[in-house]
Design a protein around this ligand. Structure first.
Ligand SMILES: [Zn+2]
Length: 127
């Protein structure tokens, strides 16, 4: 599954960046995906990969970049996960099959972090 692999490397990259920072929880990860990525699969993959990491429970905010394919028949269309068979896009009008390279476009835009709150000792007032 393309989405799972892409999300795996995305989470790895964010975790690597977090290592140099004080402990914190990730609140939002903003990413940009190509239109060929399945939205629901992306969200589900993120949930799975984030378990047990500071990214668990973070919201994935997804921007979509439309990938356009122009077919020989004149139809131009946004490439979506539904129209793809592996890396091959099939024109719904003329049946032309077109191999699409560089489909793995998933990019981290930014990450919103919340510092982990250190429990402050409660001082009971004496006397
Ligand atoms: Zn066509």
């Amino acid at each position: 599954m393309r989405e799972l692999a892409a999300v795996g490397s995305l989470v790895d990259a964010v975790l690597a960046a977090l290592r140099t920072r004080p402990p914190c929880q990730v609140e939002v990860v903003r990413v940009r995906r190509g239109s060929s990525f399945s939205h629901t699969t992306l969200l589900r993959s993120f949930e799975i990969v984030a378990v047990g990491t500071p990214l668990a429970g973070a919201r994935l905010a997804i921007e979509v970049v439309n990938r356009i394919v122009e077919c020989a028949c004149g139809r131009s269309s946004v490439v979506t996960a539904n129209e793809l068979l592996d890396r091959v896009w099939i024109c719904a009008v003329c049946g032309h099959a077109e191999e699409i390279d560089a489909l793995d476009d998933l990019e981290v835009l930014d990450v919103v972090l919340v510092p982990l709150r250190v429990a402050e000792p409660v001082h009971a007032a004496a006397g």
